[in-house]
Design a protein around this ligand. Structure first.
Ligand code: ADP
Ligand code: ZN
Length: 728
């Protein structure tokens, strides 16, 4: 007889890059935890937070099991989220613990909530004479039993000093609450109606609303900018709320989406729960806990919101589904749009992918019958699409040292004279992409990357756009010592702003570029100034392309339409079409018709032609044909292996060893190794291999097996990127 008492054991996944889950003993007398339970466990000398992955692990029990230390006071992660974490780990070839880490990143949420300070109206009657500011504070408290001082200050538009003084004067009472005792925000009201939809819009809205509760299915919602995609999927959100389920909306640049948040609030009466890196610690903790408790009906967020513990998921919307920002390029490398579809499937919820310029991947999935496509062909409210005119720079050359051609200059002048707004788009930050010595030909390059330093004249620096390295603007050439021989080469947004300020003196001109704006708040303020017509001429990078609505903007000038086409990677044409189409879509959204002038040296290029004709499907057909002929995604699958090391020798050694042990299978092609285009990045030497396989080959086990044959040693590392978007 076995006299050992069998203790209950569970396997616990830890948020660390380990190969699997570890077993722990359930202390006697504890109720056995179900999968998803968040626990504290010992790990060597440390204590870590982990998640019960299986409550009856198979396989032999290790001889001495350490016990669980604590069940943490939050609800267990929902089952479909656990399945999702496993799925993402398998697909991206990441350790499951690294994926789990994204789901339990808010460690503070598992601690007992700290107290927060709130203030309320004092029960004493207010004195007869109040300062204006104090009266505003009391008015702002109408309808709120209490508020945090910071929130109250914002609502009442006073400084927190005013509130402090009112507490001292006895006009307000202070109290402390547990974070979670502050009542949750009001729930969005799905009964509030939106605008009266056009017949096509209502048809599409009804089709989306009907899919709520009907299980998984993915729909491409395709319509030009301003066709009402957002209004239409708001109807689906309303249906989801009416069914008592939760909706998750992913936006590529949530910190810049103030207009979206305002529209949501206008439509549903309250703000949704936002989820992005700009939240404060308290907002993250309380937000995560409320979501885990099932109290949050709508979450709008960046990629990371996919890993939130939403247990009653009834709808996922990915807006601007084509946007490259959905690909996470560090840590776990995943494509959030694709993973949103997986999350929807595992939660048995419908998924909506919205875009004016859908990705070829998504369009191909429609053609294969895997996704449904719904179209909104017209702009809402009778607004017409802007007319696109191509300016051939070879025939209309700008003056020497300038970048705006005479027709574009004239058009800006006309627009400003009519009291309308104009926008100039240059997809490059800084003043000039190259600084060159005319005397000896020296080019300023980054020491840690294979990249040119970009001049940022307003900051008086040369900056590397890849690693952030910067140096002061030089006065002399470091190679030959010549002074007055350095020239700036090529246009950046600052240089166009300089030219515009010279040409259109008197116009109120502003520049929108991420490095010139302190934070998302400054960006929102600029968007508001533009919307309020406090700016005549806006000059910006692709930051201006995103979803802003400027009713008085009637001219968009694309300064260099060829810029993105020269990148030369797989999706250069597609990305270029998307961003230019999106910028063009900023023009003429309201009653005023808009126009787009597009400067190019290559008017015959298919991307330029498709833009001029506004022919999305034509563009996609040409692009699809090329990819099919080249056997490239979405008609095959790519996996990139990036080798990096402290020395070129180490990088070469590992790259060669990978090449020697590469899988030899009929359908699987291995290209490389080759020095990466960025052969030096942040001081690491890089080599690339690219694997191509048919879509129906399960490539992950093949790669896993390969990596065991060529392990990384010393300073060398291998990064695996399944479905790569960046080819640097
Ligand atoms: P998209 O998301 O396709 O760019 P939006 O949903 O943002 O389009 O709609 C563009 C603008 O038109 C918004 O200001 C929106 O409120 C308005 N709009 C859309 N549909 C209607 C409608 N049926 N009636 C009135 N305004 C509408
Ligand atoms: Zn660099």
């Amino acid at each position: 007889m076995d006299r050992h008492q069998t203790t209950a054991r569970v396997s616990v996944l830890l948020p660390l890059p380990l190969t699997g889950a570890y077993d722990y003993a359930v202390p006697e007398g504890w109720s056995p935890p179900g999968p998803g339970t968040i626990v504290r466990v010992p790990l060597g000398p440390r204590e870590v937070v982990g998640v019960v992955w299986s409550s009856n692990p198979t396989g032999p029990a290790p001889p001495r099991l350490k016990p669980l230390l604590e069940y943490l006071p939050v609800p267990p992660l929902p089952g479909p989220l656990l399945a999702f974490i496993d799925w993402v780990a398998r697909y991206t070839l990441s350790p499951p613990g690294s994926v789990l880490r994204m789901a339990i990143s808010v460690l503070g949420a598992f601690q007992p909530p700290p107290a927060v300070e709130v203030v309320s109206r004092s029960p004493l009657p207010p004195p007869p004479r109040l300062t204006v500011a104090r009266a505003r504070v009391l008015a702002a408290l109408e309808g709120h039993p209490f508020l945090r001082p910071a929130d109250l200050a914002v609502t009442a538009e006073v400084s927190t000093g005013v509130i402090k003084a009112m507490v001292q004067a006895g006009l307000l009472t202070r109290a402390e609450f547990g974070e979670d005792d502050v009542p949750p925000p009001l729930t969005p009201d799905w009964r509030r109606g939106g605008p009266t939809l056009s017949p096509t819009q209502s048809h599409v809205a009804a089709a989306l609303a009907q899919s709520i509760g009907g299980g998984y299915g993915t729909t491409l919602l395709c319509g030009v900018t301003g066709s009402g995609k957002t209004e239409v999927y708001f109807e689906a959100i309303a249906a989801c709320l009416a069914a008592g389920q939760q909706a998750l909306i992913l936006l590529p640049e949530i910190a810049l989406s103030a207009q979206w948040l305002e529209r949501f609030e206008h439509r549903f009466g309250v703000a949704p729960q936002a989820w992005h890196s700009g939240l404060s610690g308290v907002e993250r903790r309380t937000g995560w806990r409320r979501i885990a408790r099932g109290e949050v009906p709508v979450v709008v967020g960046a990629r990371s919101a996919l890993f939130l513990p939403l247990g009653r998921l009834g709808l996922i919307v990915v807006d601007e589904e084509h946007d490259a920002a959905f690909k996470q390029e560090d840590g776990v490398l995943y494509q959030a749009r694709d993973m949103a579809v997986v999350r929807g499937r595992l939660a048995n919820a419908p998924v909506v992918l919205a875009s004016a310029t859908p990705s070829l991947e998504t369009v191909t999935n429609v053609e294969r019958g895997r996704y449904r496509r719904l179209d909104l062909p017209d702009r809402a409210g009778g607004a017409s699409l802007p007319e696109v005119t191509v300016i051939d720079l070879r025939r209309h050359a700008p003056a020497r040292g300038r970048y705006l051609s005479p027709p574009l200059e004239d058009a800006v002048r006309e627009t400003l004279a009519a009291g309308d707004q104009a926008l100039l788009f240059v997809n490059r930050r800084g003043y000039a992409p190259l600084t060159l010595c005319r005397a000896c030909g020296h080019r300023f390059e980054c020491r840690q990357c294979s990249a040119l330093l970009v001049e940022h004249r307003l900051r008086r620096k040369l900056v590397c756009h890849h690693c952030g390295y910067s140096e002061p603007e030089p006065h002399a050439c470091p190679a030959c010592g010549a002074t007055d021989a350095l020239v700036a080469w090529g246009p950046g947004v600052e240089r166009i702003a300089e030219e515009a300020a010279f040409l259109f003196s008197g116009a109120r001109l502003e520049v929108m570029s991420s490095d010139l704006l302190a934070d998302a708040k400054a960006a929102r303020a600029l968007v508001n100034r533009m919307a309020e017509r406090e700016v005549d001429l806006l000059i910006g990078t692709q930051m201006i392309a995103k979803g802003h609505n400027f009713p008085h903007l009637t001219l968009v000038g694309i300064v260099d339409a060829d810029l993105g086409l020269r990148g030369g990677d797989l999706r250069a044409g597609e990305r270029s079409f998307q961003v230019l189409q999106q910028v063009a879509g900023r023009a003429g959204r309201a009653e005023k018709p808009g126009r787009v002038l597009l400067q190019t040296t290559d008017p015959a290029n298919p991307v330029i032609q498709a833009l001029a004709a506004r022919d999305l499907d034509g563009f996609l057909a040409v692009e699809a044909e090329e990819r099919l002929a080249a056997n490239m995604p979405p008609y095959s699958r790519l996996v990139a292996l990036i080798v990096s090391a402290a020395t070129p020798e180490e990088a070469d050694r590992l790259a060669r060893s990978l090449a020697r042990t590469a899988p030899r299978l009929p359908d699987v092609t291995v290209l490389g190794p080759a020095p990466a285009p960025m052969a030096l990045l942040r001081g690491r030497h890089r080599r690339r291999l690219l694997v191509r396989a048919p879509k129906d080959v399960s490539i992950q086990p093949i790669i896993t097996d390969w990596l065991t044959r060529a392990p990384a040693t010393g300073s060398a590392r291998i990064t695996v990127d399944v479905d790569p978007y960046s080819f640097l």
